[in-house]
Design a protein around this ligand. Structure first.
Ligand code: FE2
Length: 350
């Protein structure tokens, strides 16, 4: 019955004996001390849930004792005994954490009711704190689980998109690993251009899916070995619009829409589908069109042989302000050639 321990601290032997008698009869196990210092030593070793202390004592008075006890155990229930002359100090003791004070001479029933009440309040405080800690732990666990699920979901999205990008590449003859390369080139250029890291996910999604609308272009046109007729070009040029309609209703792909829809716009307004000009074109597609052209020039296609990186960079510089945003071209040209090489090499890895 450790919970029924009571520590009685009083320098007056008669009072101590009386208190001990009262508490023992009520079923408490009594620990006794003559002054604050002795009381504190007993308190430290036994940690009684309830302490009853006199205020005026030699060596360490009741207020000092109360403060010391509360600093050892903030849950300690302490009842202060006071004479009529010392009521103000007793009231002060409440501010320092005493649960109650009892006027001397002590009325037995009043003391036992105060003891019960103090222990009850102590118990409530402990339970409330434990409940709070339990809730905090649960919230923490739930947050951790949620974060894990979110990470897995993002990873699933990412790999799904990469797979879709590769699937689109294989349908488009001669553009093997194209989406992986332009993905790498775009991110490097965007970082060089000062695009915030938080915006790079949308950019990456847009790049991987830029030609998703080609799903809606008949194979006879998409895979035609010779040059396209004017009518065929008209159909081919619908792929940004088809792509936009495919993904705009998928919430996590909404950020990819600008690149899918505008990746064939030109800085001078001669592109499609809307013929937007300059900064009317969102930044994502302005970055994409530079690296897309770079990849097209530096990789063998059915009707064009690859040219060296340096020549391709010079050509892009020449086309700035006509095809491309000149500021984006500047950023692209600042990407080290070694990094471009590295991205290209990695695009062939399984
Ligand atoms: Fe395209």
């Amino acid at each position: 019955m450790a919970e029924r321990n009571v520590l009685i601290v009083d320098d007056d032997r008669q009072v101590r004996d009386m208190l001990q008698e009262v508490f023992s009869s009520a079923g408490y196990n009594c620990l006794v001390a003559h002054d604050g210092r002795e009381g504190l030593a007993v308190f430290r070793s036994s940690r009684p849930p309830l302490t009853v202390t006199d205020l005026k004592m030699p060596v360490m008075d009741g207020i000092q004792f109360l403060q010391a006890v509360r600093s050892v155990d903030t849950d300690a229930a302490v009842i202060v005994l006071t004479g009529a002359a010392d009521v103000k100090t007793a009231i002060d003791s409440l501010k320092l954490g005493a649960h109650d004070f009892i006027m001397k001479p002590v009325h037995v029933d009043e003391l036992l009711i105060a003891a019960d009440r103090a222990l009850e309040r102590r118990q409530l405080l402990i339970e409330r704190r434990e409940y709070q800690a339990l809730l905090e732990r649960r919230v923490e666990e739930a947050t951790r689980d949620l974060a894990t699920a979110y990470r897995q979901l993002r990873e699933t999205y990412r790999t799904t998109l990469e797979a879709l990008g590769s699937a689109l590449d294989t349908r488009d003859v001669g553009t093997e690993a194209h989406s992986r390369r332009v993905h790498g080139y775009s991110l490097a250029t965007a970082r060089e251009h000062g695009v915030p890291e938080d915006d790079l996910t949308d950019l990456a999604h847009g790049v991987l899916l830029h030609d998703i609308g080609k799903i809606g272009i008949p194979d006879a046109i998409l895979l035609k070995p010779g040059p396209l007729t004017a009518d065929e070009w008209q159909i081919m040029r619908r792929h940004p619009e088809i792509g936009k309609r495919l993904i705009e209703k998928i919430p996590f792909l909404r950020g990819a829409v600008p690149i899918v829809y505008h990746h064939h716009e030109r800085w001078d307004g001669n592109g499609y589908p809307l013929g937007l000009r300059g900064e009317e074109i969102p930044l994502g597609p302005r970055i994409f069109s530079v690296v897309d052209a770079f990849d097209a020039m530096t990789f063998d296609r059915p009707y064009s042989k690859a040219i060296p990186f340096e020549a391709a960079r010079a050509e892009i510089k020449r086309c700035a302000s006509a095809h491309f945003d000149p500021d984006v071209v500047e950023s692209f040209l600042r990407v080290p050639e070694s990094l471009l090489e590295e991205i290209r090499r990695r695009s062939f890895e399984p």
